[in-house]
Design a protein around this ligand. Structure first.
Ligand code: FE2
Ligand code: FE2
Length: 167
């Protein structure tokens, strides 16, 4: 599988590989979010997913700027981690009948996605700085901040009425 078969020799190679990983992940997330929007029954949750879908499209634009600034071709590389998180979300959501419980399952799945993204962007920001690419780091930091804000909003929703309703 991908990681060790790729020709990664330098920090720069590793940075570009990880950039391609998150670029692939963001594109998969834009495909998964419309399903989550249609399955969510709580209005705030639905609106939150819709907002994050728009943000995610902006994040993809920023990643494309990072590729350009760094002088490499725009493109993704398969990321089995995000595929697994999304597949598990589909499985769990498919099995839940009760609307409030389904919303709780969707929030949990979305937070797994956000945490994956936070981990990747945290690493990418640090590596961009290490490579002297503060221009790339500041764009990646914007994505990181949006993921953190989304995660925090999901926590607020989960700790509020959603989980109480489902209990
Ligand atoms: Fe994202
Ligand atoms: Fe996200």
């Amino acid at each position: 599988m991908g990681f060790f078969t790729h020709d990664i020799k330098t920090m720069d190679d590793l940075f570009v590989h990880t950039l391609r990983d998150i670029y692939y992940a963001e594109n998969q997330i834009t495909k998964a979010l419309p399903t989550m929007i249609s399955k969510a029954s709580d209005a705030q949750l639905k609106a939150g997913f819709e907002k994050h879908l728009q943000e995610t499209k902006g994040q993809i634009d920023r990643l494309e700027q990072v590729f350009k600034l760094h002088g490499v071709e725009i493109g993704g590389v398969a990321c089995p981690a995000i595929d697994g998180i999304i597949a598990e979300a589909d499985d769990v959501a498919g099995e839940v009948g009760d609307n409030a419980v389904l919303d709780a399952a969707l929030i949990a799945a979305a937070q797994a996605v956000e945490h994956y993204e936070i981990s990747r962007y945290g690493t990418l920001v640090a590596w961009a700085k290490q490579l002297g690419r503060n221009d790339c780091a500041s764009l990646l930091l914007k994505n990181l901040d949006e993921e953190k804000a989304t995660d925090a909003k999901l926590t607020t929703l989960a700790e509020g009425r959603l989980n109480r309703r489902a209990a």
